[in-house]
Design a protein around this ligand. Structure first.
Ligand code: ADP
Ligand code: MG
Length: 497
C-alpha cells in the first residue's frame, strides 16, 4: 500500500508522493499544474468542474461556483444549492475536490490512489477535523492521518536539510493564518505551541483593496459594484492580480468597466501596505502570543519557515526580519512545502521503522462551566490547556454547591476565556447525583484527547469513586450516519472533471 500526501488548501490544493529514490515530489494535475485551485463549479446536473477551469468561471457564473470552502468546514449551513435544489455542505464540496486530486494523483502515478494523508491547519478544532475526515470518506478515500500543516512544512524542510533545532513556521495562505513553534530532534517533530486565525488570509487583503476601489468608483459617480455578483467577482480577480503584482512591482494598474464606463486606477505598494497594516499587525500579535506560550525568545529560534502564497508579499518578509532577526530559510517553497512534507509523513506511516515521528498538541482548550465560590459567578474552568501534547488526560475536582444536591449541570467548553459567554459550549447535560452525598461533595471531571485528537469526557462522584457517565461530544455540525449516506449517494452521481 502506498499513501500520498494532500494539502487541501483554502485557495489552492496540491498532492505529493515519495518517489522510488525517497524524495517527495509534487504530482502534476490533469491540467499540467502543480497546484489545483480549490474551486468547484457545479456545471450541470451530472457533473462538476474542479480547478483552473472552474476558477475562470467564477466571474461569469458566481452562482454555480464554490470557493474558499475550507473556511466553512465544521459548519452545518449549506455552502451551495444545486440547480435541482439539493443542498451541499462544506465537507461534500471538499470531497469533490479530494476526488479530483486523488484521480489526478492516480493518473500521475499510474495506479489508483485510495490512501491519503490530509493536512489541516494546526488550530482546526475537532469539529473541523471530523469534517475533513468525513470529506475524505465521502470521496471514497482512506484517510490514514490528519497532519497539521506547519508540521508538514517543518518535515519537508527538516528531512531535506537534516537540520535540528527550534523551528518557527509562519503560514499566511489564501484564507487562513497560523504560527507554530516546533522542536525538531533527530526526525522527531514536536509542536510546542500553535495559534491561528481562520479568517485571515489573501482574501482579506483582497477584500480591503476591493472595498477601497469600490468606494473610489462610487466617488467618481459610479454604482456600488459590490452589490452586483458578476462585477464583484470581476473586481476580485483584478484586485488579486494587482496584489500579486505589488509583490514585485511598486505600482499596479486596475481597470474595471462598469456599464460601458471604464474606471482605471494605479495602486502603489505603499498605498496597499497602508491599507493592510491592520491585517499584518494581527499576524504580529498572534506571533508574539505563540512565542509567549512557547516560553521562547527569538534568540532560541534556529529556523524561520515562511509558507503560504501570501508570504511573498514583501511586507511579510520585512515584518519577520524585524521581529526574528533571522533570514527565512531560502529552500522552502511557499506553495509546495506542506504537500511535500505530507508525502514524507504519509510514506513513513508504512515504513517498518518510521524515520519521522510527529508529536502534536491540542489547538483548543477544553473545560467546563462551574460556579466560582468567591465571586458567585459562572466561570469557565480550563481543564486541558491549549498546546497540551496529545494524547493527554487531565482531571479537575469541583464540589457540589447545595446541601443534598441531587443534580448537576455538566458542560464541556472549548476556549480559554474565563467568561462562559466567550467560549463555545460543545455539550450540556444534567447528571443525576446519588442520594446521601455530603455537602460540598467532590465531583471529578476527567478530560482526555486520544491520538486522533478526539476528545472524551467522564465525570465521577469522587465520594464513592463511581462514574456519573461518559460524554460523547455531540457535534451537531458534523454529519450523522444518514446524512453521510445521503452525501455519498448524491456525490456518486456527480462526475468530476
Ligand atoms: P491556501 O493554503 O490557503 O490555499 P496558499 O498558500 O496556496 O493558500 O496561498 C494562496 C494565496 O497566496 C492567495 O491568496 C494568493 O493570492 C496568494 N499569493 C500567491 N502568490 C502571491 C504573490 N506573489 N504575492 C502575494 N500573494 C500571493
Ligand atoms: Mg496552505
Amino acid at each position: 500500500m502506498e499513501v500520498i500526501g494532500i494539502d487541501l488548501g483554502t485557495t489552492y490544493s496540491a498532492a505529493a508522493a515519495v518517489d522510488g529514490d525517497g524524495q517527495p515530489r509534487i504530482l502534476v494535475n490533469r491540467d499540467g499544474e502543480r497546484l489545483t485551485p480549490s474551486v468547484v463549479l457545479f456545471e450541470n446536473p451530472d457533473g462538476v468542474l474542479v480547478g483552473t477551469m472552474a476558477r475562470r468561471s467564477a466571474a461569469s457564473r458566481p452562482g454555480d461556483c464554490v470557493q474558499f470552502v475550507k473556511r466553512r468546514m465544521g459548519g452545518a449551513a449549506p455552502v451551495h444549492v444545486g440547480a435541482d435544489g439539493r443542498e451541499y455542505r462544506a465537507e461534500e464540496v471538499s470531497a469533490l475536490l479530494l476526488r479530483r486530486l486523488a484521480e489526478d494523483a492516480g493518473a500521475a502515478l499510474g495506479r489508483p490512489v485510495t490512501d491519503v494523508v490530509i493536512t489541516v491547519p494546526a488550530y482546526f478544532d475537532d469539529a473541523r477535523r471530523t469534517a475533513t475526515l468525513d470529506a475524505g470518506r465521502l470521496a471514497g478515500l482512506t484517510v490514514h492521518r490528519l497532519v497539521n500543516e506547519p508540521t508538514a512544512a517543518a518535515v519537508d524542510h527538516g528531512t531535506g536539510s537534516g537540520a535540528d533545532g527550534v523551528y518557527f513556521v509562519y503560514d499566511l495562505g489564501g484564507g487562513t493564518f497560523d504560527a507554530t513553534v516546533l522542536r525538531v530532534t533527530d526526525g522527531d517533530y514536536e509542536v510546542i505551541a500553535t495559534d491561528g486565525d481562520r479568517d485571515l488570509g489573501g482574501i482579506d487583503f483582497d477584500n480591503l483593496l476591493i472595498g477601497y476601489l469600490a468606494t473610489r468608483i462610487i466617488e467618481q459617480g459610479g454604482p456600488d459594484v459590490t452589490g452586483d455578483p458578476a462585477l464583484a467577482a470581476e473586481l476580485r480577480e483584478r484586485c488579486e492580480a494587482a496584489r500579486l503584482r505589488l509583490s514585485t512591482d511598486d505600482l499596479a494598474p486596475v481597470r474595471l468597466t462598469v456599464r460601458g464606463r471604464t474606471y482605471a486606477f494605479q495602486v502603489t505598494r505603499t498605498e496597499f501596505e497602508d491599507l493592510s497594516a491592520g491585517l499584518l499587525y494581527r499576524t504580529e500579535l498572534l506571533i508574539e502570543s505563540v512565542m509567549d506560550e512557547a516560553q521562547l525568545s527569538w534568540r532560541d529560534v534556529d529556523h524561520v519557515l515562511l509558507v503560504g502564497g501570501c508570504t511573498r508579499m514583501p511586507m511579510v518578509r520585512e515584518l519577520l526580519a524585524r521581529l526574528t532577526h533571522r533570514t527565512p530559510e531560502p529552500g522552502v517553497h511557499p506553495d509546495e512545502a506542506v504537500a511535500l512534507g505530507a508525502a514524507v509523513i504519509a510514506a513513513s506511516l508504512t515504513e517498518p521503522h518510521p524515520t519521522v515521528t510527529v508529536t502534536d498538541v491540542t489547538s483548543q482548550a477544553l473545560g467546563t462551566i462551574a460556579l466560582d465560590g468567591d465571586t458567585g459567578r459562572l466561570t469557565n474552568y480550563v481543564i486541558i490547556p491549549r498546546n497540551s501534547p496529545v494524547p493527554c488526560r487531565y482531571e479537575e475536582t469541583f464540589v457540589t454547591v447545595q446541601p443534598r444536591q441531587s443534580r448537576l449541570h455538566a458542560s464541556v467548553t472549548e476556549g480559554d476565556d474565563a467568561d462562559p459567554d466567550h467560549v463555545a459550549v460543545l455539550h450540556r447535560s444534567v447528571l443525576d447525583l446519588p442520594p446521601g452525598l455530603p455537602d460540598e461533595a467532590p465531583i471529578r471531571v476527567v478530560m482526555s484527547y486520544d491520538a486522533d485528537g478526539v476528545a472524551h469526557v467522564e465525570t465521577f462522584d469522587a465520594t464513592h469513586d463511581r462514574s456519573l457517565g461518559t460524554v460523547a461530544l455531540d457535534r451537531p455540525a458534523n454529519l450523522d450516519g444518514d446524512r453521510f449516506a445521503a452525501g455519498r449517494a448524491a456525490l456518486a452521481h456527480l462526475g468530476v472533471r
